[in-house]
Design a protein around this ligand. Sequence first.
Ligand code: NFK
Length: 411
Amino acid sequence: MAFPSLSAGQDPWRNLSSEELEKQYSPSRWVIRTKPEEVVGNFMQIGSQATQKARATRRNQLDVAYGDGEGEKLDIYFPDEDSKAFPLFLFLHGGYWQSGSKDDSAFMVNPLTAQGIVVVIVAYDIAPKGTLDQMVDQVTRSVVFLQRRYPSNEGIYLCGHSAGAHLAAMVLLARWTKHGVTPNLQGFLLVSGIYDLEPLIATSQNDPLHMTLEDAQRNSPQRRLDVVPAQPVAPACPVLVLVGQHDSPEFHRQSKEFYETLLRVGWKASFQQLRGVDHFDIIENLTREDDLLIQVGLTPTTVFLNGQRGSHSHTWAWPGRQEQRERLAVPRLKSQSRLHRRTCGECLLFIIVVAETVSHCITLAGLGLLKYRSGCPQTCSDPPASVSWGAEVRGVYNRIRLVTALTQRVP
Ligand SMILES: N[C@@H](CC(=O)c1ccccc1NC=O)C(=O)O
């Protein structure tokens, strides 16, 4: 399975014809599993059904105002258990800053609330009502609002899709002192995003946005991070940059270059191209709650921390198909959580795993982030004195059926 090839050179998009540029920035035209003209409608329908289900089955607070503007509202969905300390997962929907709403974007609410995570779906004023600057300001204020509302949260994990990934990436540049509070940001999950807006100026996507060159540059995290590197909120706050195999080559290039820039300016970034998914089912799959991650035959698997094969690697055999979620959080994690509780008594183990579809016993399986709540005493002996660390889960699998993201808390 080949990924779209990336052109070399700086700003390769400048060499594209206007038709090709239009195509590169029309994600539905790269979908292979269904007709391009049906894909966006299906996506909205899946999102809307997931939202109806979430509202019917999960404790929630809808249309909570995070600002004075009419569009500055968010929906909060809670796990069953009542607690003041929980991780918060914020989702910023996509739609090229001109379509989509919180009312059809609660894809991941049921699976994540079932894991003890509070999920927040944020609305912002899409074009033509809102400008890019306003949208960036709104989503930044939504994070500030949530930090103030839930000061004892166990981490804010900001996830955005497509245009929403762009907005989430702009939050990396926020000057928190201006807002009087530094949110407890513990992770960014940027899915199929756009980080340099300049190529969009000449496409039809810009019709409702009326973005000028200055607007595009001011709102391009790719460019801004290079010029004024933001201070990472927490030195170890990880940023996952994900793109689907069937995203266009321009989307692949944008993700990869943004990931490289993040690393260059000091963020702890990871980059994954997810096999077998496109711009839309990369998010649609987040609705699945049973059979959450995988169905596997067997195999040896290795976890290695901080991307370093070797020093902290552990191997185990995958079990059969039963209890895959239980076992996914794997012997490795269980022994970590035991170890950790023994050493500090109050840590929270938090994992995000993204697995990839493979066939026939080959290849990379996924990537995980393991995080301990900040404030954890530095006494933990493994991983070495550190409050936060990342791990990659690699392996050889007979079969993995499902691509999704899982956020799991191990008590
Ligand atoms: N007209 C676009 C629609 C689109 O890009 C889109 C639709 C729903 C959610 C996210 C999208 N992309 C970026 O924000 C397309 O060609 O696919």
